[in-house]
Design a protein around this ligand. Sequence first.
Ligand code: UT7
Length: 368
Amino acid sequence: MPYAHITGWGMSVPSKVLTNDDISKMVDTNDEWIRERTGIRERRIAEERQSSATLGAEASIEALKIAGLLPTDIDLIICSTSTPEHIFPATACIIQDKIGATRAGAFDLSAACSGFIYGLNMAALAIRSGSNKNVLVIGTETLSRFIDWKDRNTCILFGDGAGAFVLQASEQPGGAYGAVMHSDGSGGDLLTIPAGGSRNPTSELTLRTGMHFIHMDGKEVFRFATRVMAGATNEAVEKSGWKLDQVDLVVPHQANLRIIEAAARGLKMPMDKFMVNLDRYGNTSTASIPIAAVEAVQQGKLRPGDKVVFVGFGAGLTWGALAAEWTGPKQATRRVVKLEWFPWIAPIRSFLRRLGRAIEGIIFGRKS
Ligand code: UT7
């Protein structure tokens, strides 16, 4: 049975920064309260031209560069997002087209902030079953488009960004090991965008009452999160046949520093074993774990051979964890690739396919 190694990683965040002071000009809050209650100092906000697909595509290209693969080497794309481009088509398909991953199947995964862990686990299982060799997992969000900027309970927390991992099959032991995925739909109303789906289609009423924005019971979500983080980490570690003290780094969902500190206390692990970067990005939902992992690598906190646990929680309710032995890029098999060309070639290819379909439509339309 092949192992599923993480051989590429990338991130993309908008350059526009929104500080706590900026938010204090919009709602009744202040920098001190936000920092003390959440640990967040600033977050990134997408420009008009940016979206979940553009950020996700940029993160994917970065991840492919590190893995030394071309988009055409990818056979499956799993895109986790709670802020998709549309209800359908899937954001994964839009990214597939943008990067020119012409051989890949592509689908979206909806498990909110736990989505990247769910996606990683699905990718690892697809590889371990022998069904796929090279899988791209993306976590991408433009949460700023779904925030009520008059609601101080939510607007202080969230930010935009994307992260991506490449997973590859290998006979060498390592990569993804034990994982757990949990859910409790009875808590679905604690964190939700109530309208815009089939239950409450968009209407004048849903717009007037702000049902198309994120609604959250912060206290209850906080309680739930502190309850499940340590447990899920322990489960993934046990499933891997490891002991907790063998874990080099935990990369938790970046929602609130107090939640991460509670998890550290629950696990009796020092805080320096937890990657934290929420001060600069806020909560980017499903993108927070891969963004934190990329920065952990950049800061030398996550090195080849390290035992790492990714753990998260979110709307659904969902929660989960995945333990992995960090592989790093497979230098020996790295090819010299013209990856830089793909973001230019892919739109031309996409245009030609649309043109071909239009011409076909004219020809067959005339015949029928
Ligand atoms: O990916 C999952 C996403 N969600 C989460 O992870 C959210 C988890 N929950 C949290 O992080 C926290 O519950 C919050 C940061 C949302 C809120 O922190 P809290 O310590 O639970 O505050 P609270 O809701 O208990 O409010 C305490 C006080 C209240 O005032 P009173 O009633 O004590 O006078 C609030 O009205 O703070 C007030 N408050 C604020 N004050 C200034 C609430 N929000 C703000 C604010 N600025 N933004």
